[in-house]
Design a protein around this ligand. Structure first.
Ligand code: OGA
Ligand code: NI
Length: 315
């Protein structure tokens, strides 16, 4: 089984209705899908790959050698323990946002400029994808994006962050996770993964399946806040990254998330629609401020999500 692949250029024109329906099915049944012909040029994507790899090699790799996962795995092997390394991931990661751009890696030629260009393009794509979701859910255009705003000031706008990750080759991939299983907390996630090295898997109907690498595709998935807004129509899906014995997997995940001040609740339109179906007539999720959700998520990221909704409801 493979993750569905959508030709996003068909979202305008003759095949619009069919493409909308395909994406609706992806959101309802999969929680993950891949976009090709998404409008971001290969030329830009090739530059992103180049600067990310160079940055890893020159600015990150030397530190990974001394990192916590490497130390813990070495200890485990020395002790000849049968156990696994717990509570850490075999991953090198840093975050790019508009707010921290003075802290972005600065020694790799072209990194900052290229990643800025990439983030501008990707943010536009995120907004288009959310509008497709609005349309499929029968919500007014811009509903999801508006719901993610925390106020009129710039600092209260929806948050767009980019996680640059590498999953270096691991000598004992059975003893540590690349990234432990979780659902994503926020809104829409756009992932530019490695062309060759696999490792990302999603849990579908109780089975882990690979998110097959496709050159220059963008993988889309929906987080817990889209699940709440859609009143459970679009469920956030469990995923994980396996540590791999060969190859250094590059993965650049961008998150379009609500402002910490945004109030999130099931879209009233979707709750009303349920009234006819007895007992299903209420919102299935609480109303909360996203910042509070994130304080719960910080403690419970790798645990089942339902208790997170209960915890934030009780706050
Ligand atoms: C994440 C995530 C997957 C990857 O950062 O939440 O799931 O391939 N990343 O890095
Ligand atoms: Ni994730």
């Amino acid at each position: 089984m493979a993750i569905p692949v959508i030709d996003f250029s068909k979202i305008e024109g003759e095949e619009k209705a069919k493409t909308l329906a395909q994406i609706a099915n992806c959101c309802e049944e999969w929680g993950f899908f891949q976009l090709i012909n998404h409008g971001i040029s290969d030329e830009l994507l090739e530059r992103v790959k180049k600067v990310a790899s160079e940055c890893y090699k020159h600015e990150r790799e030397p530190n990974f050698e001394n990192s916590k996962p490497v130390q813990l795995l070495n200890e485990l092997i020395e002790k000849k323990s049968d156990g696994k390394v717990e509570n850490v991931d075999w991953e090198d990661v840093f975050l790019l946002s508009d707010e921290n751009d003075d802290e972005w890696p600065s020694k790799t030629l072209g990194f900052k400029q290229t990643m800025k260009e990439y983030r501008v393009e990707l943010k536009k794509l995120a907004i288009k994808v959310m509008e497709v979701m609005d349309e499929n859910l029968g919500l007014p255009k811009g509903y999801i994006n508006n719901a993610f705003q925390g106020g009129e000031d710039d600092e209260d706008a929806a948050f767009f962050g980019t996680k640059v990750s590498h999953y270096p080759p691991c000598p004992h991939p059975d003893k540590v996770n690349g990234l432990r299983a979780h659902t994503d907390a926020g809104g829409v996630i756009l992932l530019f993964q490695d062309d060759e090295v696999s490792g990302l898997q999603i849990l579908k109907d109780g089975v882990w399946i690979d998110v097959q690498p496709i050159k220059n595709a963008i993988v889309i998935n929906t987080g817990d806040q889209i699940e709440v807004l859609s009143n459970g129509r679009y469920k956030s899906v469990w995923h994980r990254v396996l540590a791999m014995p060969d190859g250094n997997r590059r993965s650049i995940a961008s998150f379009y998330n609500p402002s910490y001040k945004a109030t999130i609740e099931p879209a009233p339109g979707l709750v009303v629609g349920e009234v006819e179906k007895e007992e299903e007539n209420s919102a299935k999720y609480p109303k909360f401020v996203f910042g509070k959700y994130m304080s719960v998520y910080a403690e419970q990221k790798f645990l089942p999500k339902e208790p997170r909704f209960q915890a934030v409801n009780a706050m």
